[in-house]
Design a protein around this ligand. Structure first.
Ligand code: 2AM
Ligand code: CA
Length: 271
């Protein structure tokens, strides 16, 4: 499959950052003791990968704006904006679990036009361009066709100690676990969305996410024929950080379950 010039730029940047992460991932596995500890080593790996992405993208497409997990927003006044998560799945990386990815998206006038999610450990490269479909390496992707919720494997995130809304997450999980074949918490929002696009997960929902966790994945799911939205049709994903993805039927069925009214005791957690 011939890639567009834009996709070549994005893939080159993402694989370069991926090589940098792989070197650090291997180093981390050998690292017995470090003065500052593995957490600090991983944030350095994260920053290095982000710089690699920024440099490569700036060189190929000078002047575009950036929204980056580490470096924040750089508004250059361009119509184009890169949205970058250099290391999605940081906790997995820190624990030598090879389920992490570089996530990179491009917006034009606020509309997603391209996305790349690259897991350097598995060498799986997910790409999508608006109107041109989604691909895993060179294979065209399509979301899973299952419509019976009780046959579905659904991905989610289980909020850890540094995140809020544990009660709401448990309420949602309780409502869903009695209806589905399995719930998986993988630790990477970007890869969860890529896996929905690839039909490996039938659906995905999570809260408290940032634009850089999800931008590339949103386009990927849509280009694979799936639906992605805030579970509440009146709300927007980037505002609330809540995401729900699946094929049209599963998205609709899950939305109904996730929109059940919260018990009184959990109302306060919503804000
Ligand atoms: P990260 O690995 O880049 O932090 C895990 O459930 C998913 O949620 C990952 O994609 C993770 O991205 C994201 N996430 C967003 N905010 C988070 C937080 N405060 N703590 C842990 N994971 C977070
Ligand atoms: Ca992330």
């Amino acid at each position: 499959m011939a890639r567009s010039a834009l996709m070549n730029v994005m893939v080159t940047a993402a694989t370069k950052a991926g090589r940098s992460l792989t070197r650090d991932f291997n180093e981390l596995e050998n690292l017995q003791v470090s003065l500052k500890g593995p957490g600090d080593f991983v944030s350095q790996a994260d920053l290095k990968a982000e710089k690699t992405l920024r440099d490569a993208l700036n060189k190929a497409r000078p002047g575009y704006s950036f929204l980056m997990e580490e470096g924040g927003e750089i508004d250059s006044g361009s119509d184009y904006r890169w949205i970058i998560d250099p290391l999605d799945g940081t906790t997995n990386f820190l624990h030598s679990n090879p389920f992490f990815a570089v996530s990179l998206a491009l917006e034009h006038n606020g509309q997603l036009v391209a996305g790349v999610i690259y897991n350097p450990a598995s060498e799986e490269l997910f790409t999508a361009e608006k109107g041109r479909g989604a691909f895993l390496n060179d294979r065209r992707l399509r979301v899973a066709a299952r419509t019976a919720l009780d046959e579905c494997v659904i991905a989610s995130g289980i909020p850890a100690l540094n995140r809020r809304k544990h009660g709401i997450a448990l309420f949602e999980q309780r409502n869903l676990m009695s209806r589905v074949a399995g719930i998986r918490a993988t630790g990477s929002a970007a890869l969860n969305l890529a896996y929905v696009a690839a039909g490996r997960f039938d659906g995905y929902w999570e809260s408290d996410l940032h634009p850089w966790d999800i931008a590339a994945g949103l386009l990927m799911v849509r280009e694979a024929g799936g639906f992605v939205s805030e579970p509440d049709p009146k709300a927007s994903m980037y505002d609330t950080g809540r995401v729900l993805a699946g094929n049209e039927s599963i998205h609709g069925q899950m939305r109904e379950i996730l929109n059940r009214p919260l018990p009184e005791a959990l109302q306060a957690q919503k804000a």
